[in-house]
Design a protein around this ligand. Structure first.
Ligand code: FEO
Length: 386
């Protein structure tokens, strides 16, 4: 992608990765992603804000060369390799450039990349870097989503560079207001990456809301020319505001668990409660993560296989525990042919998730009328008080 001018002396110089389909070996990327980097050229100095995933240095260098840019500073907002992994290459290409990062970032950069200590400058919240008519102000924002993360604000142009925060995994487009589905991409990104850090997200948001903003330019996905649109979403998501709806993740071998799941869905729909089913073997886990952002209850359905919880459901339970969704209640639906085990193991895996188990329905063989009655009771327990 060629460099794009955002304002006078400010360019997007990052790259698109249309083909990447998985991030961290965990997160599906149906629309690829982008590694956005930004160049700020002042009267006396030039700063590059974040870099790109290793392997994409050529695209970044081509954009810098096209702008005849020689960065004096490389701002490392975040140490993860998709943004910081090409800093070593930039230090080699620009021998006078210095890396600007948080003190925690310096520790992590040393461990991950071994940057020379004499080329690193640490900054803290409120520190500024003057480039001549362009002033960068730094705001530490730990745990959005690593401990060293910081945000960079360009005062004169009112542009925030928040790295991962407020981003989206999609290679499409340049500006969010040009993309029909950027909110969908932003929501699944929040669910996958920021949801476990909602408190930290709220603290970061407070800092952001104190700034005058014309643009928010994150390091993944589109740039926001209407900052309030993404900020209003993050206000709700970081606060853990939920909707009266139930997310059901399930796997069934011979249909018994699925019959319980469908009876639950029918019961909830009769009560005009929104419900979404996620058959785990076919589910894009990013869609499930997005639904967990604002679902008020979660149900896991799985049979016992080989003496324990079906592995697809075990993976989903571990994912729920790791992502820390704001739902307060959970239900379990299970079936078995020889001996029970799945429901017990699911409860063990969900321990520590803060989810209250509102009910467990476990059928031996084909579900009978008493199991369907228990499912209706579970629906009531899950939605009590909504
Ligand atoms: Fe986009 Fe946390 O890296």
């Amino acid at each position: 992608m060629a460099a794009i001018q955002l304002k006078s002396g400010v360019h997007a110089v990052g790259v698109k990765d249309w083909e990447r389909r998985l991030f961290d070996g965990l997160i599906p990327l149906p629309q690829g992603t982008s590694y956005n980097a930004y160049l700020v050229q002042g009267d006396s100095a030039t700063a590059l804000i974040d870099t790109v995933n290793p392997g994409f240095e050529g695209g970044l260098m081509a954009n810098l060369n096209a702008l005849d840019a020689t960065p004096d500073y490389i701002v490392m907002n975040h140490a993860e390799p998709d943004h910081a992994g090409s800093i070593s290459c930039m230090l080699e290409a620009f021998p006078r450039a210095r890396v600007v990062l948080s003190s925690k970032g310096a520790e992590m950069a040393s461990a991950l990349y071994g940057h020379p200590r004499d080329r690193v400058d640490t900054v803290a919240t409120g520190d500024t870097l003057t480039l001549g008519g362009k002033t960068l102000r730094f705001l530490e924002a730990p745990f959005v989503h690593w401990p060293e993360t910081m945000l960079t604000y360009l005062e004169e142009d009112k542009i925030l560079f928040p790295c991962d925060f407020l981003g989206a995994h999609t290679a499409a487009g340049v500006y969010a207001d040009e993309l029909e589905d950027w909110q969908t991409a932003a929501k699944r990104y929040f669910g996958e990456i920021m949801m476990p850090f909602r408190r930290a997200g709220q603290r970061a948001l407070q800092q952001v809301e104190a700034l005058e903003l014309d643009l928010i330019a994150p390091s993944h996905g589109p740039i926001h020319r209407e900052p309030e649109r993404v900020l209003s979403l993050y206000r709700r998501w970081t606060a853990g505001e939920t909707e009266p709806k139930v997310a059901v993740a399930y796997v069934s071998m011979w249909g018994a668990t699925e019959r319980l799941v469908r009876h639950l869905a029918d019961t909830l729909l009769e009560q005009e409660i929104q419900v979404r089913l996620f058959p785990l073997p076919q589910t894009d886990l990013g869609e499930l993560a997005a639904e967990l952002v604002d679902s008020r209850a979660i149900v896991l359905g799985a049979p016992t296989v080989l003496g324990g919880l079906h592995p697809a459901a075990a993976y989903a339970a571990l994912l729920v525990r790791a992502l820390k969704p704001p739902a307060e209640r959970a239900g379990l639906l299970s079936s078995y042919g020889w001996a029970a085990g799945a429901a017990r193991q699911a409860q063990e895996l969900l321990q520590g998730s803060k989810l209250e188990i509102a009910g467990v329905v476990e059928a031996h063989g084909t579900p009978q009328p008493e199991h369907f009655a228990q499912v209706r009771q579970l629906a009531e327990a899950l939605t009590r008080g909504w």
